[in-house]
Every structure is written in C-alpha cells, then in structure tokens.
Design a protein around this ligand. Sequence first.
Ligand code: ZN
Length: 131
Amino acid sequence: MNLEDRCPCQSGDTFGDCCAKFLNAVGTSFPPTAQALMRSRFTAFATGNVDYLLVTWHPAYRPAVLELDPGQQWYRLDILDTCAGGPLDTEGEVSFRAHYRYRNLRESFSETSSFVRTGRQWLYVQALSLA
Ligand SMILES: [Zn+2]
C-alpha cells in the first residue's frame, strides 16, 4: 500500500498521514486514543500486518498464533460509538462495524471492543459483544 493511498480505516486521510504513522513506527509512535488504535488495527487487518495486530493486543488475551485469511478483504470501517478511551483515560470502548469481501460476497460484523492504556500504548483487550 502506498503512503498516498486513502487509508483503509476510512478516516479520509492518506495512509501516510493516518495509520502508517503507527504501523510503521511500532514502539515509537502511538495512537493517542482507543479509537485511533482501533482504526490502526483495522488497517493492519486490511494490509495483513499480523505483527502489528499482535503487538497491540493485550498480552493476557493475545492469541499465540494469528493467521489472516488472504481471501478476506477488509474494505470499510464504520465507527458506531465510543466510550472513554481518550488521551487521559486508561480504559475505553469502541463499537464499530467492519466490512469485508470474501469469495465475492460482501459481509460485515459489528463488535464492541474494550481497550486499556499502558503508558503511551493503547492495547486491544477483547470483544465485549458481537452482533
Ligand atoms: Zn487510518
């Protein structure tokens, strides 16, 4: 993915001005909010960045191995709601709907995810609800 392309997280910014700042600078540049982390993780799914998904996953909940199905193409993210998760918070929740294509079918699912902040790093904890 080129830095000039539209960011997969649908922020409206280019990839270079949006999630690439975090995906390409792990440990140096941190998403400031739970929602920004959520967006960057969606972009990691969309670009097949398994390392980023694991490093931003809370160690107590992180899978030992994560394999992404290359046939699953993530193309749209709708943020539905957020609760806390700001720069001064230590916990937050983000509700979203993620859209993907799989074998020419368009599918989507919604989830409310919980996040915690450790130092400057927001981490994905787990899905609180699925629909
Ligand atoms: Zn983005």
